[in-house]
Design a protein around this ligand. Structure first.
Ligand code: FE2
Length: 222
């Protein structure tokens, strides 16, 4: 593929990504519509094009993208300027390496949406819909349990796949993230609400998952 083709694709793609995010922040679309839109965007971007646009070869030699803070912090990604990518998008674009056998602990989110692409390696992805939340528990139901290969993606919102748990199955496992926080600017936002997914069975596939702190999550899933 010529560099011009890459340039056109990424420029258009980042404009659509930003526009979709703005539509959500302006309440013009629902979170589910944002997830559907992200499905289309990820479906339409060729993995090789994306990897070249973010200079993935450089990323894998850049210690900034090493696993830090047990996956609670991803490192900002910049597109190569020659791609024509839109700058200053409302969407946070980040990535991290996850070492083989290591998990990003099961956690849910409040007032934020995100989408993840496996850039390389293989992840074991488990996702759960959140049916209820209170001071002590999530009520969740498994929505997806699969192995994510390079180029495959997942999204989460309050309404679908709110809780997720990733485990890196191979070496050189990298995850690319697009995230919007404070979807409702008047509501509290939380990125990492850890849960013990091995909770009480409430029937019909629903689990009463206890909310736990980071240290307890590390004991269980670290
Ligand atoms: Fe998350």
């Amino acid at each position: 593929m010529s560099s011009l083709a890459v340039s056109i694709d990424i420029r258009s793609w980042t404009h659509q990504l930003d526009s979709l995010g703005r539509d959500l922040l302006n309440s013009q679309i629902t979170a589910l519509a944002w997830q559907d839109g992200m499905d289309d965007l990820y479906r339409n971007i060729d993995l090789g094009t994306l990897l070249r646009a973010i200079d993935f070869k450089h990323m894998i030699n850049n210690s900034d993208f090493n696993f830090i803070d047990q996956g609670r912090t991803f490192t900002p990604v910049k597109f190569l300027p020659e791609t024509g990518a839109l700058e200053n998008m409302v969407v946070e674009i980040r990535a991290t390496k996850v070492p083989k056998g290591v998990s990003i602990f099961p956690h849910g989110h409040l007032n934020m949406v995100s989408g993840f692409v496996t850039l390389s390696g293989e992840f074991h992805f488990r996702q759960y819909d959140r049916l209820h939340l209170d001071e002590n528990f999530f009520h969740i139901r498994l929505s997806s349990d699969h192995y994510s290969q390079p180029g495959q993606w997942n999204t989460q919102s309050e309404d679908k796949n709110n809780v997720h748990w990733f485990t890196a199955m191979t070496d050189d496992t990298y995850l690319f993230s697009t995230k919007l926080q404070r979807v409702d600017p008047n509501q509290y936002c939380a990125s990492n609400m850890f849960v013990d997914i091995n909770g009480k069975d409430l029937g019909d596939g629903v689990i009463q998952a206890e909310r736990i702190d980071f240290d307890r999550a590390k004991e269980l899933y670290g």
